[in-house]
Design a protein around this ligand. Structure first.
Ligand SMILES: Cc1cc2nc3c(=O)[nH]c(=O)nc-3n(C[C@H](O)[C@H](O)[C@H](O)COP(=O)(O)O)c2cc1C
Length: 174
């Protein structure tokens, strides 16, 4: 569950260049696993995380439209790549480049999802910060009922026909 009592500090925590933050969820997005890097950077202990919705690290600067796109991609059976700004337990934030993937059992049945996150490129964070700020503004202006539509339209306009995946991979891999 999102912790509404966290006060955003504006302070950034950086991942180590060789560090990966890994988590797994069930099909409903509840955490079933978090590695040590997750706990160190997000500043939570394991019992605070297991069984809890992944939006525990949701940052208010992230557009709703990005998560809508992520869930659409995952539910279609595809993997998602993207720049994500997350909130730590004490209100700091950390940027990651995330790869989120459906997790299946040996019979191919979906059992959940997992995400591997690495340190993002400097350029990726610059571009994503500006784009997400525009999307959040569009969502606020449109109001709750039309927020997603407004921010997805803005994103499509900024991508100019390119897929979000190609766009972010180019920013991350250069
Ligand atoms: C494997 C997996 C990893 C996720 N990682 C994050 C994450 O790092 N940060 C985040 O805010 N949401 C993450 N989410 C998405 C959340 O489940 C949720 O959709 C998002 O935080 C939006 O929450 P809200 O609907 O309460 O605004 C992840 C979901 C899955 C399935």
């Amino acid at each position: 569950m999102k912790n509404k009592n966290i006060v955003v500090t504006g302070r950034e925590v950086k991942l180590h260049p060789d560090e990966q933050i890994i988590s797994k969820t069930d099909l409903a997005g509840r955490l079933t696993y978090a590695n040590r890097a997750f706990m160190r950077v997000a500043d939570y202990a394991e019992p605070d995380l297991l069984g809890v919705q992944h939006n525990i690290v949701r940052h208010p600067d992230m557009p709703r439209g990005v998560y809508q796109m992520m869930w659409e991609t995952l539910k279609a059976g595809n993997e998602f790549f993207g720049f994500v700004k997350n909130l730590t337990a004490n209100g700091d934030h950390y940027w990651v480049f995330a790869n989120v993937t459906p997790d299946r059992d040996l019979g191919g049945e979906p059992v959940g999802y997992y995400s591997v996150r690495r340190i993002p490129s400097v350029r990726g964070v610059q571009v994503a910060s500006a784009l997400y700020a525009e999307m959040v503004a569009a969502e606020r202006q449109a109001g709750p009922a039309r927020a997603m539509e407004a921010s997805r339209a803005l994103l499509a306009q900024r991508l100019g026909g390119e897929s979000y995946e190609r766009f972010v991979l180019a920013l991350q891999l250069g």
